[in-house]
Each structure stands twice: as C-alpha cells, then as structure tokens.
Design a protein around this ligand. Sequence first.
Ligand code: APR
Length: 267
Amino acid sequence: MSGPPGAGPAGPSPDALAAAALALARAGRVVVFTGAGVSAESGVPTFRGPDGLWKTCKPEDLATPVAFGRDPRLVWEWYGWRRAMVGRCRPNPAHLALAQWMLSRPGVTLVSQNVDDLHERAALATAGGAEAARRAAPVRLHGSLFHDHCTRCTYRAEARGAVDASSLAALPHCPECGGLLRPDVVWFGEVLPAPAVEAAFAAAREAEACLVIGTTGAVYPAAAVVHTAKAAGATVVVVDPGETEYDGLADVKLVGQAGAIVPLILF
Ligand code: APR
C-alpha cells in the first residue's frame, strides 16, 4: 500500500510519530483542524463512519433550513437528543492533550468543525478557569450544539436544557421577540460565520505545520483550511484510522485512534 510515512497497518511507526512530533514542536505557528473523529472515543457518533449519523439519518430531513421550515419539531427532537447525548460525554485524551499543549505554548490555532463542546470542556478542565481556558478554545466553523439563536431577531444564548418537542408551542421560543429559536449550528446550504472563517484561514495561511485529526475532509468550505495551509508550505500531519481526502497531501499519516496518538506527538 502506498501513501505517506507511518501509514502501516499496525499503526504508526516510531519514526512517523517522531517525525510528526518534531514538525509540530519546531513550528512557530500551527493550525489544528479537527472533525468528528476527535470526539469518537468520547462516545459522540461521527457522520460518515460505520455507525455515523448520516447512515441512519437524512441530512435533508434534519440539517437544512428547508427541513427546519418544513418540520421544526422533528429537527428539534433530533438536536435535543444530540444535546442530551453529548452532555453525557467527557473529553478524551486527545482533547485534553490538545488543551494542555495549547496552554503550554503560543502560536497554535485550533479550528474545529465539531458542534460538541468537548474542546472547551477539556480547556476548562486543564486551565482551571474560564479566562485561561479561552487560550485553548476552538474557532468554531459549524456553530455550537449548546447555543440557540432566534429565527426572527438577533437573540443568541447558551442552551443546555432538555428540549420539549411535543408541540410547536412547546418548542424553544425567543424570550425577547417570541420568535422560534433554532440550534446555533451551520446547516447544509448555509454560510459559515464570517469571523470564524477569517480566523481559520488567516491561521492556515500563516501555518508552518497543520495537524488534522478525525475528519474525512469532505465538507467545504471548511475542508479548504488544510489545503490552504499546505499551499502556504505547512507540514501536514493527519491522524485518522481510516482513509481521508487529505492522505495524498499529508507529509505524515498516523493511522489510528486520536486518543492514543495525539498525546504521543504533542509536547
Ligand atoms: N480517532 C481519529 N479519527 C477517527 C476516530 C478516532 N477515534 N474514529 C473515527 N475517526 C475518523 C473517521 O475515519 C473519519 O475519517 O473521523 C472521521 C470522521 O469523518 P466524518 O464522519 O465525515 O466527520 P467530519 O469530517 O467531521 O464531517 C464534516 O460534515 O456532516 C457535516 O457539519 C458536519 O462538521 C461535519 C462535517
């Protein structure tokens, strides 16, 4: 089987781990790009893996503005289920190693496609305080499962409670204008939040190294972050047990679970 160093069936070789660790330690500026795979070991399902969400759920029924217009109860029921499920999960060693690393050195930007809050919880658990934890917080390209925003006004707020989808009237409504609230996530066909896009691509353009963890790299425009870093000359390290869209441009591919590999390459 061809491919970058370290793509062996038995997991990453010591040489590949060392090459990745060196590239990341030497780089003054690093962009870390994460996807659903970084949270898989915490019990959060991925989207396209064997038990991925899109294997049993249709994105066109659950994750588009049209779907929400058509049946907001169905959409809220599903996000309510995801919110409760993720709320029971805990950051895993990959989240914790990343947070520890970001708090121990400058020049690392964490860009995530994930809507779970496990990066933030790892930062809080590692930094011990909200102020310090901000230094390890992710740039969120696809929004947050634990925030709602109003479909009518500019209201946006954190939301962690259970969702009652038993009737339209029972669904979450805006305390300011009475409009229907929706999960603050980016649905298919929607634009990404401009400040997050600017921060992510600015970090990619300046990166000397790019660490990619647990993403197929199939969803644009987010997936372009890694191509931008590569084009800027960054050394690209990919951590994933499966094949990804980035395998061809990776300088080092570490085949395996993020929780086992990431703590070994960050120090
Ligand atoms: N460690 C590392 N990677 C893992 C692990 C693990 N323990 N388990 C699975 N993976 C990998 C899979 O091999 C796959 O490459 O994580 C990746 C998950 O890919 P997807 O399910 O496609 O998720 P992601 O790339 O984050 O999806 C991108 O698509 O559905 C939309 O908005 C949603 O943000 C999401 C975007």
